[in-house]
Design a protein around this ligand. Structure first.
Ligand code: URA
Length: 287
């Protein structure tokens, strides 16, 4: 059948054709000619035709479905392939629960095999303030919750000082806490650029689905990754910046990581200034 034939068939005929193809085992949208999708990565891949089977579904309110990943994510795939797979899964998630399930089943990041479990978040997902650190440590890995170790205890005190408790039921009095990378790097080393790149679609979608009024990045690793910059935290901290994701725009600031403040308490006064700025911004945009 030629392309012209295909253009002239009715919806019922197209559906019957698709059913026939599925019955024959052709359940993936692939062509007969090989396509080098990575040659055009970053420009055209997201414009690739969507799987016609998906196009049968009613339009969803959230983002347009992306091209199918070449194959399910596995630990052996390249970084580029893993990023594509993560992007696809992240964009498919319509709720935080769906996102958590997608991340839990994702095998494209090697950290997953050394970590005990996924650390998705902690706190109130409806909070107006979202805090994002670097990656889980030992305590977080054991408990499956973000910022529950010593750094987390200091973070709770910092939040308390501006009238917030992570588990408060009220969005305006609570905080939602997560990390750029959701699996503990072995020995608490910094995540590699490849690991953060692979996890990036998940954290972007996490922010989009949580819809916070303000996002605070904790520490240089998180801030540099999220802003795609090499500027250090000393110069980044305390400044408001807009963060654009594929489907949203968010007001953000960065400040010191609580672990750094435990080691360098003399810097707490600067972190305090940042927290006061966040508090004032929350109050100013209170409705
Ligand atoms: N440090 C982080 O960046 N995140 C945590 O969850 C704990 C410690």
């Amino acid at each position: 059948m030629t392309m012209t034939d295909l253009e002239n068939i009715s919806a019922d005929e197209a559906l019957a054709l698709l059913r026939w193809q599925i019955g024959m085992g052709a359940d993936e949208a692939i062509g007969t000619d090989p396509v080098d999708r990575f040659a055009s990565a970053g420009t055209a891949w997201h414009k690739a035709p969507v799987n016609p089977l998906r196009a049968e579904q009613p339009a969803a309110p959230a983002p347009e479905p992306r091209a199918l990943p070449p194959r399910p994510a596995t630990a052996s795939m390249s970084t580029d392939e893993a990023v594509l797979a993560a992007r696809y899964l992240a964009h498919e998630a319509r709720t935080l629960d769906e996102l958590r399930r997608a991340m839990d089943g994702f095998e494209g990041c090697g950290l997953r095999s050394t970590a005990k479990q996924l650390v998705f978040a902690d706190g109130n997902a409806r909070a107006r303030l979202m805090l994002i650190g670097e990656a889980p440590g030992r305590d977080e890995d054991l408990q499956g919750l973000a910022f529950v170790g010593r750094a987390g205890q200091l973070l709770d005190k910092m939040l308390h000082a501006i009238g917030l408790e992570r588990h408060d039921e009220a969005p305006e009095r609570s905080a939602y806490i997560t990390n750029v990378v959701p699996w503990r790097p072995p020995g608490n080393r910094n995540p590699t650029p490849a690991e953060t790149a692979i996890c990036r679609p998940f954290i972007d979608r996490h922010i989009e689905l949580a819809k916070p009024d303000i996002v605070l990045f904790l520490g240089g690793v998180a801030a540099k990754e999220m802003y795609h910059t090499r500027t250090g935290i000393m110069r980044l901290r305390g400044k408001w910046r807009q963060l654009k994701t594929d489907n949203g725009e968010f007001k953000t600031m960065s400040s010191f990581h609580p672990s750094f403040l435990l080691r360098s308490p003399a810097q707490k006064h600067l972190a305090w200034q940042d927290l006061l700025a966040v508090q004032a911004a929350l109050e100013a945009s209170d409705t």
